[in-house]
Design a protein around this ligand. Structure first.
Ligand code: PHB
Length: 391
């Protein structure tokens, strides 16, 4: 039995070509998937984990003759824990790739581990522009906040909004979402009477919303990370802002598809710029949404699920291109310049920056078949991060 198994492994290795030895074919290709499965960002963990599982169900768990094994680790959204888990994955479990990273501080804490361990770090969620500078081993498949921010600003200026107050979570992606919106909107002649920053942990929006009510702008522009939109919407309604005539706009993170239905009719008409809607009209997305819901008790995929799915697309393609070899820099090189179709539309990994290039859609919350959706009404293709010089 054992001899026969070894023979099969040897045969697999020979078939896989000159790149891979029998010993390597025996060892699985390990990916540590480090996510907040508990805590305030648990929806991000749940969504990405489910999408990774769906991808592997569809595409199998063997690539270039090598079995792929995903080791799921829960960091509870605590940066010190992410760093420890990344370190253990590299040093003890000898993983070939670390992936996940639900929030910017979690990605930043782990970047030095990727550099020291020479292990690619596939960022599936965190979206602050500057993360890429933290390690040459980082590849990002998620989004970058300046991308939706400038497109939301252009839309606001073109649609007659003269004054907009901004309100963002007080950390990296919030600063990106604020800076790129404010600069672009002011350049187009708009005014920004106030820029408010709300603590990320246990946010109390009430005092900030009072200031919005007092300032009486044409619109309020909001960035809160995935999973926080419900808390914001609840206080927005409690303060009566939904009836104030102040229009609500933002990045798509606020009207996250996982939460949107529970946010209520006060969200109808809210306009956001974002990379993915569950109602995106493509054959690939229709199948993705149906299979995702079927495998997860009816849970609707949000943009985080799509980022996780695309992370696996990039990882599988890199394993294929490198013939199953686990060399860190070769895997990073293999991901540079990749382009593929995603449930959100076309996606590219820019070869020069290792960062994601994507479509940004303008969307409006509408009720369809009894459910709330972000209906896409305008597409901006091939959007680079405006915060980085275009190569
Ligand atoms: C981030 O922490 O970088 C982050 C998290 C969730 C989002 C956007 C950005 O929706």
């Amino acid at each position: 039995m054992i001899a026969r198994r070894n023979l099969l492994i040897l045969a697999a290795a020979v078939l896989a070509g000159p790149f891979i030895s029998a010993a390597e074919a025996q060892e699985p290709f390990r990916v540590a998937l480090i996510l907040p499965m508990t805590g305030a960002s648990q929806s991000t963990g749940r969504q990405i984990d489910a999408a990774v599982k769906l991808f592997m169900k569809e595409h199998g768990d063997t690539v270039a003759g090598r079995k792929v094994e995903v080791l799921l680790r829960d960091d509870a959204g605590v940066a010190d824990t992410t760093r420890r888990l990344a370190q253990e994955a590299v040093v003890r479990d000898h993983v070939q790739i670390i992936a996940g990273f639900g929030l910017t501080p979690l990605a930043m804490s782990s970047a030095p581990i990727a550099t020291q361990g020479k292990v690619p770090m596939v960022v599936m969620a965190a979206a602050t522009s500057s993360i890429m500078a933290a390690s040459p081993y980082i590849v990002r498949v998620s989004q970058v906040l300046p991308q939706p921010a400038v497109i939301a600003a252009d839309w606001a200026a073109k649609n007659g909004l003269k004054s907009v107050v901004t309100l963002v979570s007080d950390y990296g992606p919030g600063y990106d979402a604020e800076k790129w919106f404010v600069e672009r909107f002011k350049a187009a002649g708009g005014t920004v009477p106030e820029s408010l920053r709300v603590p990320l942990a246990n946010p109390d929006f009430a005092p900030f919303l009072q200031r919005v009510a007092d300032a009486k702008p044409d619109a309020l522009y909001v960035f809160v990370p995935a999973g926080f939109g419900s808390a914001f919407a609840k206080q927005f309604v409690e303060r009566g802002l939904d009836k104030s005539g102040i229009k609500l706009i933002g990045t798509g993170d606020m009207t996250d598809d996982d939460l949107l239905n529970g946010m209520g009719d006060a969200m109808l008409g809210v306009v956001t710029a974002g990379p993915y809607s569950a109602s995106h009209d493509s054959a690939m997305n229709k199948r993705f949404v149906a299979d995702f819901k079927a495998g997860n008790g009816g849970m609707r995929p949000n943009f985080m699920a799509v980022f996780g799915y695309d992370g696996m697309q990039a990882i599988y393609k890199a394993i294929e291109k490198t013939g199953g070899k686990g060399d860190g820099l070769a895997l990073v090189d293999a991901m540079k310049g990749l382009s593929f179709e995603s449930p959100r539309g076309p996606v590219m990994i820019d070869a020069a920056t290792r960062d994601v290039v994507l479509n940004i859609y303008m969307r409006k919350v509408e009720r369809r078949d009894g459910e709330l959706y972000n209906t896409e009404f305008e597409t901006f293709s091939n959007v680079f991060d405006p915060a980085k010089p275009k190569p």
